[in-house]
Design a protein around this ligand. Structure first.
Ligand code: SF4
Length: 165
């Protein structure tokens, strides 16, 4: 699985939004969920926090994986979602770098906000959660058989881990 850490905190996300934006909060429901950044619970929490702060969230979108363009494009064509995506002006993406880039490519004319970045390959267990085992070369971290916890990796890389709110 891809290990996803956070680039932005809640305040930084809000700074990228305008009060008249029509916002979709979008989340991958696979690796990003296991990194406790995305998934249904975190998607809902972020959308509700934004609504409470006066932002206009028009859709919460949970996709099985955000790295498959057909799944993304389907939202722009399906009768249930086509109008919503025509109207949307901002999409906040809870996914890895690839998942973000794929969304950005489909919605070229919209403001697409990257919240997470890929930092390497990880292993997940119920007991230990997600651990970063093979960091990307550019992180400068060495591979570790037992892995880095997300908190350790985030501290070393000056990033953040876990849910936005
Ligand atoms: S979008 Fe990224 S985080 Fe989500 S399933 Fe694909 S590779 Fe994993």
């Amino acid at each position: 699985m891809i290990v996803v850490l956070r680039n932005l905190d809640y305040t930084q996300i809000k700074e990228k939004l305008d009060k008249d934006d029509k916002i979709v909060v979008w989340s991958c429901n696979d690796c990003t969920k296991y990194c406790d950044l995305g998934g249904r619970k975190n998607l809902k929490a972020l959308a509700e926090a934004l609504e409470k702060d006066g932002f206009n969230v028009i859709r919460q979108e949970l996709v099985g994986v955000s790295c498959q363009p057909p799944l993304i494009r389907e939202r722009t064509k399906h009768k249930a979602t086509k109008e919503i995506y025509n109207d949307a002006t901002a999409i906040i993406v809870l996914a890895c770098t690839d998942g973000f880039l794929k969304v950005q490519r489909v919605f070229r004319k919209k403001k697409v906000i990257q919240v997470g970045s890929s930092v390497g390959l990880g292993a997940y267990s119920k007991k230990g959660g997600m651990r970063l085992v093979i960091p990307l070369e550019e992180t400068g971290l060495r591979p570790l058989v037992e892995g880095y916890t997300l908190e350790e990796a985030a501290t070393k890389l000056k990033m953040k881990s876990g849910p936005v709110v």
